[in-house]
Design a protein around this ligand. Structure first.
Ligand SMILES: Nc1ncnc2c1ncn2[C@@H]1O[C@H](COP(=O)(O)OP(=O)(O)OP(=O)(O)O)[C@@H](O)[C@H]1O
Ligand SMILES: [Mg+2]
Length: 257
């Protein structure tokens, strides 16, 4: 059951850093309820593309449509309400806070109570705090981190920290989740667990865009794969097509990967 609805349309996005064309007229469409892989050698522009989508970087050209509406650039705070959440290639967590607190931060935006009334512990605040808590715990349960909810993040393994980021993104109740190398630093057991989680999310109706270097994982999990190289979209299609694509093979062999 494959949807044809377009959740995200990236149209002619270009971004230059000084003399470097990090993204060169990139267009791609992500269909609803798919896992869409973005692969390519180091420096291909993959993370830059996520930074543009999430409003962290202003592109020189192009536009983005999310659910057929144009997304504003440079306004990351509008993304979670719009329905987009991400994880980072270099994990961004509050190391000295608990797992649960890190996840709560991901969805406080859905809490209509102003921070000041939460501080004053008004009746309304406690209701929304309870909702936020329940949602955070559900996300932690989904990624298998319930037993670690009270643990300080810095005591967790690298793979577990990646899952905390994942849970934080999920707690924001997004429609679209952007994962930047979620399997990096994970052992084979953790990778198998990650694969299961992503497949379950797709079954639940989420759409996932996945940047990943682990080809085996990408080929197993994605319906569509886009290949970037030097800021260009050099190939796009189903895993079987990408696996045999001559330009893709040479882009990887050229970098010794
Ligand atoms: N903020 C920035 N300022 C200057 N150059 C940047 C910036 N962000 C990225 N670049 C450059 O743009 C190019 C693309 O970087 P990007 O991080 O998007 O690559 P990537 O495909 O994610 O690579 P990797 O697989 O190593 O994560 C690189 O040459 C990088 O050095
Ligand atoms: Mg990157």
């Amino acid at each position: 059951m494959e949807s044809t609805e377009e959740i995200l349309q990236i149209k002619h996005i270009s971004k230059r850093f000084g003399g470097l064309q990090a993204l060169d007229n990139i267009s791609l469409t992500v269909k609803t309820n798919t896992v869409h892989g973005i692969i390519g050698p180091n420096g291909a522009g993959k993370t830059t593309l996520f930074n543009v989508i999430t409003g962290m970087i202003q592109p020189d050209d192009g536009k983005l449509l999310f659910l057929q509406r144009e997304l504003p650039f440079l306004q990351p705070h509008k993304l979670v309400p719009a329905g987009i959440a991400r994880t980072f290639q270099n994990i961004r967590l509050f190391e000295s806070m608990t797992v649960l607190d890190n996840v709560l931060i991901g969805q406080h935006v859905h809490t209509p109570t102003p921070v000041i009334s939460i501080l004053l512990q008004g009746k309304k605040a406690s209701h929304w705090e309870r909702v936020a808590y329940d949602e955070a715990m559900q996300s932690l349960e989904f990624v298998g981190l319930t037993p670690k909810s009270g643990e300080i993040v810095k005591n967790l393994s690298y793979g577990q920290r990646r899952l905390v980021e994942f849970a934080r993104a999920l707690a924001a109740k997004p429609r679209l989740i952007l994962l930047d190398e979620p399997a990096a630093g994970m052992n084979p057991t953790e990778k198998a667990h990650l694969l299961k989680i992503v497949l379950q999310l797709r079954e639940k109706g989420y759409t996932i865009v996945l940047i990943e270097h682990d080809m085996k994982l990408v080929m197993q999990i994605c319906q569509t794969i886009t290949v970037l190289d030097h800021g260009n979209n050099i190939a796009e299609g189903q895993p079987e097509y990408i696996r045999k694509h001559p330009e893709v093979i040479s882009a990887y062999l050229g970098k010794g990967e």
